[in-house]
Ligand binder design. Structure first.
Ligand code: NAP
Length: 510
């Protein structure tokens, strides 16, 4: 291990060919790996230990996982045990031995032993018993790798760190278990596992080495690290962890921001149970914005008006709910409206704005614009929803089919039209996009939607969903910390991640 008390990321390398495994050992070394696990069960041929150990630059763990534990080893159990015994004498620094076989592989020299338990289905009810037994086995580190069925399963595995009789690694697999992998270092785990290549699917929910190192700064976490996060379902591709963790780092704050996948209907239980960490603040995304508003002890004006919260801040009196989407949309508009001849900006109260859509984002923007006195019109594919929102806000509706006949200064797309993968769609015909019109597309995946491309081609003033996204996150960061997020660096980061080259490639997006 690292030789001090900092938690280490153990890089998992799993390739079918020796040549590729060797190449990845080199790659991991270049990226600063301090410990590497070689998943020998992935190799198509029997392991050539000499080749694999030839350029060892950091401690190596030998693991030969069987299919029942999520591995690929196709031979018999006797053959597997033989490979493990050979790895021990060949020069590996560590060996991973499952709890049921550890007694069949004798200790050898200074080779350290991990006793492991895997459960690909659940966190079993008798895990305490299993853990107690493992602590009594001849191992240097005890490892529990179980599967979260519910977010609160993570709390069960955290409980093993407290007063652990032996160095313990405990995490939940699956996308609900990501927080247990990221927070392992805070709770005293000697290491966590990160895949060099996430697409190799070495373990469900495993993060990449690059994500753990560059987004979550795992090796710098400690018991004092404060926890923030984003709650949603799905939440795996949220860009919020990138922005908030970067902003914490920018200000030298010892905090980490994590995605929490919480299924619909589970928010109240989740918030209550995770009080014990505690989590200081959350971003809230679909499908929990309304429930978050409902559960809050205090609501800001935007939450009162819209009935939806995208931010929760912990306070002694309960959760304080905010909606930064609403303010961010106005800030974006004001920052991007073109000045008129005398250099001043047209006040929002003098603008005629057409909102396309009547969902959550449309609601947040509509309330804010109405409050600022804009002349507001709403058009939505489903007329009744437009009618309902217009009645609540106190503005007019336009039939969806008649939207092209509206004369307005600003059109805001609050529908999901144009969003990935439907990138060839636009909510309006290009002929609607005339000189002098400001076009605001709240969609940000991709940033350059067809609507934005056509607005640009036809000489319109335009602003994108990235502007609003970065600003809503910056407003959240201010609520979390009282500090300003680095806006320019945030724009740069989000644009880099969303660039067509990087989309969907987790390791290059950082
Ligand atoms: P939502 O509540 O599900 O509302 C979706 C809206 O899109 C509804 O008005 C829906 O109309 C309309 N729509 C969907 N498909 C359509 C189609 N084929 N033709 C016409 N209208 C269609 O979603 P939301 O939370 O408001 O989010 C809307 C968009 O805002 C998202 O897609 C996302 O890209 C963007 N967004 C941006 C930010 C940011 O920070 N920039 C933040 C959140 C969301 P019906 O009522 O007829 O179904």
């Amino acid at each position: 291990m690292a030789g001090n008390n900092s938690p280490v990321i153990c890089v998992v390398i799993a390739r079918t060919r020796h040549k590729m495994m060797q190449a990845e050992i080199e790659q991991a070394a270049k990226q600063g790996a301090k410990m590497i696990e070689l998943r020998l069960d992935f190799l198509a041929k029997p392991p050539d230990y000499k080749r694999l150990l030839a350029n060892k630059h950091c401690p190596l763990i030998a693991t030969v996982r069987r299919p029942a534990d999520g591995g690929r080893f196709a031979g018999t159990e006797e053959e597997r045990l033989m490979l493990l015994r050979q790895a021990v004498v060949a020069g590996f620094d560590w060996v991973d031995l499952e709890t049921d076989i550890i007694d069949r592989v004798p200790r050898f020299g200074k080779v350290k032993r991990i006793v492991s338990y895997h459960n690909l289905r659940e966190v079993p009810t008798n895990l305490d018993e299993i853990y107690k037994h493992m602590c009594e086995q001849d191992a240097d580190v005890v490892k529990l790798s179980v599967t979260a069925q519910h977010p609160t399963d993570n709390l069960r595995v955290f409980s093993y760190f407290k007063d652990a009789p032996k160095p313990t690694i405990a995490h939940c697999m699956g996308d609900m278990g990501i927080c247990s992998r990221v927070l392992a270092g805070k709770f005293g785990s000697p290491f966590t596992y990160g895949a060099l290549n996430k697409e190799r699917t070495v373990a469900p929910g495993i993060l990449s080495f690059a994500e753990l190192k560059k987004i979550y700064h795992f090796e710098e976490t400690n018991p004092a690290t404060e926890v923030y996060g984003v709650i949603g379902d799905p939440v795996g591709h949220s860009l919020s962890p990138l922005l908030h963790n970067m902003a914490f780092r920018h200000h030298g704050i010892n905090a980490v921001y994590i995605p929490f996948r919480v299924p619909r209907g589970d928010l109240a239980t989740f918030l209550k149970k995770f009080e014990q960490l505690p989590v200081r603040g959350y971003s809230v995304t679909l499908p929990h914005k309304e429930e978050a508003a409902h559960l809050a002890a205090w609501k800001d004006e935007a939450v009162e008006l819209t009935g939806a919260a995208n931010t929760l801040i912990r306070s002694p009196a309960g959760w304080r709910a905010y909606n930064t989407d609403a303010q961010a949309s106005i800030d974006s508009l004001e920052a991007n409206m073109l000045p008129i001849a005398d250099g001043t900006q047209i006040p929002i109260s003098s603008l005629t704005v057409l909102i396309l859509g009547a969902g959550g984002v449309a609601r947040a923007i509509a309330y804010m614009l109405q409050k600022r006195g804009a002349n507001l019109l709403i058009a939505n594919r489903t007329g009744e929803r437009a009618q309902k929102l217009a009645q609540e806000v106190g503005c007019r509706i336009v039939d969806w089919q008649a939207r092209h006949s509206v004369l307005c200064d600003v059109v805001i797309n609050c529908t999901s039209v144009g969003m990935h993968p439907n990138v060839d769609e636009s909510p309006v015909h290009s002929s609607f996009l005339t000189l002098g019109l400001t076009v605001f597309d709240t969609v940000y995946t991709p940033e350059t939607t067809l609507l934005i491309r056509e607005a640009h081609e036809r000489g319109c003033n335009f602003l994108t969903g990235v502007d609003m996204f970065v600003r809503q996150a910056a407003l959240q960061f201010k609520l979390f910390t009282g500090l300003d997020a680095p806006l320019d660096a945030s724009f740069e980061l989000v644009r880099k991640v969303l660039s067509p080259v990087n989309l969907g490639q987790d390791d290059t997006r950082i």
